[in-house]
Design a protein around this ligand. Structure first.
Ligand code: DGL
Length: 264
């Protein structure tokens, strides 16, 4: 394998950048391709069949074109629905992103955990299984916060945020029975850590947030241990649809070390 063979990080939009940053900290010498499926954003309001077909098809074509050493599906929605299918069809190692219920269950003192995700993620049997395996004896309250996906996309582009969108997400958890005792919130969508400050302000200082990005970065480092890495000039972002005029996005990607942008 050539040393500049990239690691491909995939999301429906900019959320996976939160995973890219953590991975880059552990593997600064690696070459990255960041893929945002902006043409199909948001995934969270689509059906399981639509998401599975889209993700399997797109990752198949990307793997053929770019031959990455590893693919990270930096999207809870895509991973909880299509991770198994993608692994069946591709030979490339795949790392998924699933809601960080295990660390949240270990961290909670009150025994009440909140989970914010997309509508598609929170209804997945995958999440039921994580709850049954890791959060036994705890209460897991789930809330779909699709507005936060678009809010995170806006924030990254430097646009103003609607504070009521954050409030609605917080109330969606707090208003459920036992919601006042939530002390740990799983950010089960990779877009949401981009709004951590706004969420922290509304939830208050007694609530901690847990997301999967660090664990994913460690997993990628583990699976690529011993491999040679060499960076080319600048990382590449692939944006589906027409992002050629989205200068705010281009600027934001540059902050993440991505200087080249291509369509797909
Ligand atoms: N970032 C994605 C996730 O982690 C979802 C955003 C979307 O709805 O497309 O679930």
């Amino acid at each position: 394998m050539r040393a500049d063979t990239p690691i491909l990080i995939f999301d429906s939009g900019v959320g996976g950048l939160t995973v890219l940053s953590q991975t880059r900290e552990l593997l600064p010498e690696a070459d990255y391709i960041y893929v945002a499926d902006s043409a199909a954003l948001p995934y969270g309001d689509k059906s399981e069949a639509e998401i599975a077909a889209r993700v399997c098809g797109l990752l198949g074509r990307l793997a053929e074109r770019y031959h990455p050493r590893l693919i990270c599906i930096a999207c809870n929605t895509a991973s909880t629905i299509a991770l198994g299918m993608v692994r069946e069809v591709l030979e490339t190692p795949i790392v998924g992103t699933v809601p960080a219920i295990k660390p949240a269950a270990e961290a909670t003192q009150s025994g009440v955990i909140g989970l914010l995700g997309t509508a598609a993620t929170i209804r997945q049997p995958y999440v039921d299984r994580l709850e049954a395996e890791f959060a036994q004896g705890k209460t897991l309250l789930r809330h779909a916060a699709p507005e936060l996906v678009l809010a995170a996309e806006r924030k990254l582009r430097g646009e103003s945020l609607d504070p009521t969108a954050i409030e609605r997400a917080v109330t969606g958890l707090r208003a459920q029975p036992g919601g006042d005792r939530i002390d740990t919130v799983v950010l089960a969508c990779t877009h949401f850590p981009l709004l951590a400050d706004e969420l922290a302000e509304k939830f208050g200082p007694q609530v901690r947030f847990v997301d999967g990005a660090q664990g994913i970065a460690r997993r990628i480092a583990y699976l690529t241990r011993g491999q040679a890495f060499a960076r080319s000039d600048s990382d590449l972002a692939i944006i589906t649809g027409d992002a050629s005029h989205d200068t705010a996005l281009h600027r934001a990607l540059q902050h993440y070390g991505i200087g080249r942008i291509a369509g797909f």
